[in-house]
Design a protein around this ligand. Structure first.
Ligand code: NDP
Length: 401
């Protein structure tokens, strides 16, 4: 590809993740000839990120190549290329090499960066986010090479489940008493915790990490009482922070994320945002920022379409899902166990619908081993918000089998 400096594209997408890939799709639905440039800081082009902690470990027919997005699309991709500044007035972006690119429409799909802990730098310690992290963990983890996971959220739980099912001994360190306690009511968090223990995971609950030490092929993680947990690799999942710096420096409105309107436009002309970085107006739940792939895909595609002239209101409320050993779930809305919850279990307590309420209004629905019900969950949230479904009517509102 020619040197970037001085080039001119109809569409420039900053970020090379799922939202970026979906945006290319969206643009191409309406504009099959406009020039598109994707600038990704990662070493790989867009991959379907959920596969990195699930399918690639659990489905033998999967491969990183198959998880790659955008096959067959006509666009220019620059990986390992970080955008250093945006000038919305001049309609230009600058990249690390100093090259300047002019855009017609710009999408900020910069995603989020993992939070880090005060640990020594080592390629055996992964803040698990991208394809390189997957490759490295594949190299390191094995039946004779145990792994420590840190954090009781999505990454900690999914990687622990995936590795354990690959015969890897895993020690999971997390600061809550139960696995995914922030998300689930106690009944389900306890069930998940017991299931992890039953599969042989060593659980260090209620522990914080106070440091780490490196030896030849081992990393030691020090926990609160001073003891050191040794492993061949450490996967840390302690949350992410939206990458808003570029937008902020360009004077674009930021509030937790890059603020977009109902058409996914930022405060700067011809600049859109989508995915983990975007604070958007959810038609059911109000202004929010969502760090899940369904949101990145739908918002990315929608932003692409709008950049290409569709001018459509974004009115999608995303789902998210996870698989943990033999259990799985889908969910819509706010899953925060500090909210008031109503649990509706099936007869043999293998499946449940959990409603999360604030001031008696449903804000979120967990479909625990319950499938194909996300539209019903959205409907419950809407009817509850509109005062058409009372708290006492929730049991049975969504079938548990
Ligand atoms: P999560 O936000 O899911 O979980 C982070 C966890 O780390 C929380 O339990 C948090 O607890 C804990 N934590 C925070 N700080 C510390 C600390 N200093 N020491 C120990 N624990 C700490 O983030 P992940 O890192 O697991 O995942 C990264 C991103 O990827 C998230 O946005 C997630 O939504 C997304 N993802 C989504 C998946 C899905 O939808 N299935 C799968 C994998 C990733 P506390 O609440 O107390 O801060």
């Amino acid at each position: 590809m020619a040197d970037l400096d001085g080039s001119n594209y109809d569409y420039v997408i900053v970020g090379g993740g799922v939202a970026a890939a979906a945006a290319v799709d969206g643009i191409r639905q309406l504009d099959d000839s406009g020039s598109v440039l994707v600038l990704g800081a990662e070493a790989d082009g867009p991959v379907y990120r959920p596969d990195l902690s699930k399918k690639l470990w659990l489905d033998e027919s999967s491969s990183l190549e198959r998880s790659a997005l955008l096959d067959g699309q006509d666009f220019d991709l620059r990986i390992g290329t970080e955008v250093t500044s945006i000038d919305p007035a001049a309609h230009t972006v600058q990249v690390t090499s100093g090259a300047t690119v002019t855009y017609g429409k710009l999408l900020l799909a910069t995603g989020a960066s993992p939070r880090t802990l005060d640990l020594p730098g080592s390629d055996r310690i992964m803040y698990y986010r991208n394809a390189s992290d997957y490759r490295r963990l594949r190299e390191l983890a094995g039946e004779d090479m145990p792994v420590t996971t840190v954090g009781g959220g999505y990454i900690g739980a999914e990687i622990t489940s995936a590795l354990t099912q690959n015969g890897v001994r895993v020690t999971m360190i997390f600061d809550e008493e139960l696995v995914q306690q922030r998300l689930f009511p106690e009944s389900i968090a306890q069930l998940v915790t017991d299931d992890f223990a039953g599969h042989g995971v060593r659980l260090l609950a209620g522990e914080t990490v106070s440091g780490g030490e490196l030896a030849d092929d081992r990393v030691g993680i020090r926990v609160g009482d001073g003891s050191v947990i040794e492993a061949g690799a450490v996967v840390v999942g302690v949350g992410v922070v939206p990458r808003v710096e570029l937008a902020e420096a360009a004077g674009i409105t930021v509030d937790d994320g890059v603020v977009v309107d109902e058409q996914l436009r930022t405060s700067a002309p011809d600049v859109y945002a989508a995915g983990d970085v975007a604070s958007y107006l959810d038609s059911l739940l109000g202004r929010r920022r969502v760090e899940h792939v369904d949101s990145a895909e739908k918002m990315g595609k929608h932003a692409g379409r709008n950049m290409a002239g569709a001018d459509e209101v974004y009115d999608y409320t995303p789902i998210f899902w996870s698989d943990l050993f033999d259990n799985g779930y889908e969910a819509v809305g706010d899953l925060d166990s500090r909210l008031d919850t109503v649990e509706d279990w099936n007869a043999d307590r293998t499946a449940a619908v959990v409603y999360y309420l604030r001031d008696d209004v449903v804000r979120g629905v967990l479909l625990w081993n319950v499938w194909d019900s996300s539209d019903r969950a959205r409907d419950v949230i809407a009817r509850s918000r509109d005062g058409k479904l009372g708290r006492g009517e929730l049991i049975g509102a969504i079938p548990t089998s």
